[in-house]
Design a protein around this ligand. Structure first.
Ligand code: SAH
Length: 224
């Protein structure tokens, strides 16, 4: 998989790809992440990427030219399965969407900033819009990092135990069961007996029961 992220603040995207599971996925060449500075494609003499809104509202709007130039350059280099714009009014990201995105080969993600991008970018250049929740961020960079992280960890080989993503919350519409590690007794707070029994079948049943119970209590909507 290859992910191209288009931003006016590339610095915001440095850390999320330089540590832990995502860093190892990149090192293992399971995914390539390329961050592009939209400013580098501005034809304006001051490399401007935003301008005042025609509607007269306060706040700046990202201009179409540098975005269009960059998107077209990338599209000439390879075929993109999807060109995503991060937006609070987009389709809400969920595990099902992440699963679908994780099967793609080339993904482009455009991050908005300020008041967002000129509507013509959304009408003519992108293929889908994704929101990470009903709240407004100052820029799409954190949303792009979240979308990328949630799909990269689903690529086979990224997680050390290949099956472990299958047991995460929301897969099968169930929340994950509780997890415990050593010590079995910490100041009288004990790990459930069954987990120490060595009976894997009984443990698996317990895990499923716990998942169902948790989902009933915390997210009954998932069971519908
Ligand atoms: N005025 C816009 C919000 C602009 S916020 C509105 O009310 O809809 C600036 C940028 O941050 C957006 O262009 C978008 O790219 C990003 N952003 C903000 N909230 C987001 C969210 N919930 N999900 C994804 N991207 C978001």
């Amino acid at each position: 998989m290859r992910i191209d992220i288009l931003t006016v603040v590339p610095e915001l995207l440095e850390s999320p790809f330089q540590h832990s599971i995502i860093k190892r996925a990149i090192e293992k060449k399971l995914v390539e992440v390329h961050i592009h500075n939209i400013r580098d494609y501005s034809l304006d003499k001051h490399r401007k990427t935003d301008d005042y809104a025609f509607s007269g509202d306060a706040g700046m709007v990202m201009t179409i030219q540098p975005i269009e130039t960059l998107i077209n350059k990338l599209k000439k280099e390879r075929n993109y399965d999807t060109i995503i714009y991060t937006s609070p009014d987009g389709q809400r990201l969920d595990q099902n969407k992440c699963n679908n995105l994780s099967t793609l080969t080339n993904i482009m993600i455009l991050c908005g900033h300020y008041k967002g991008v000129d509507q013509r970018v959304r009408d003519y250049l992108i293929t889908e819009e994704i929101s990470i929740g009903d709240y407004v961020l100052s820029g799409g960079e954190l949303a792009a990092a979240i979308i990328s992280d949630s799909i990269i960890r689903l690529i086979p080989g990224v997680l050390s135990d290949e099956t472990s993503a299958l047991f995460d919350s929301f897969q099968d519409n169930l929340l994950a069961p509780p997890v415990y590690t050593r010590p079995a007794d910490y100041k009288g707070m004990k790990v459930p007996e069954i987990l120490l029994s060595g009976n894997q079948k009984a443990i698996d049943n317990w895990k499923l029961e716990q998942s169902i119970e948790r989902t009933k209590q915390l997210r009954p909507d998932l069971l519908k």
